[in-house]
Design a protein around this ligand. Sequence first.
Ligand SMILES: Cc1cc2nc3c(=O)[nH]c(=O)nc-3n(C[C@H](O)[C@H](O)[C@H](O)COP(=O)(O)O)c2cc1C
Length: 162
Amino acid sequence: MTTEKTVQRLVAALDYPMVVVTAVAGDTRGGCLVGFTTQCSIHPPRFLVCISRRNATHDVALRSRVLAVHFLDRGDLELAELFGEETADDTDKFTRCEWDEGPDGVPLLRHSAGYVVARVLRHDQVGDHTALLVEAIAAEQRRPFRQLGFQQVRDMEPGHKA
Ligand SMILES: Cc1cc2nc3c(=O)[nH]c(=O)nc-3n(C[C@H](O)[C@H](O)[C@H](O)COP(=O)(O)O)c2cc1C
């Protein structure tokens, strides 16, 4: 078996948290389900968010000054399906969920368990994804939650193949 296949098999057994990342640039809003994300600094609070270059969200995120990273509860499958299985190439996801404008106009999803709004510091090509380094400028926890994990959504059909 090739190294790449073995890596795929190993990471398929992990259960990392799934988030929905939203962005806005001008009049264009974008958002997708993301598994490739991690906190990478405590003081200041920073995260790395990796967006596939194939996603419609990619170009919006690269033009955005801020992103919103939404934390999902294991019951938030509807939001996960909307943002993970639909693409803005075919549908306006923001007519199909409730949201409010946050800092810089970034969409904040009303039914997420909580969110971090973060300023984009820089982005780097890291392979077939672009890594955005972001720093929290606002955050809210709306309710206690148990994370939606990769194992719960691994059979979803992504709107765009990675
Ligand atoms: C389990 C799962 C994990 C995903 N992880 C990521 C990810 O880490 N980064 C990413 O850019 N897209 C990821 N996606 C894919 C996007 O959420 C999906 O292709 C979405 O439909 C893209 O929408 P857009 O074209 O409107 O941006 C994932 C999808 C699923 C189902």
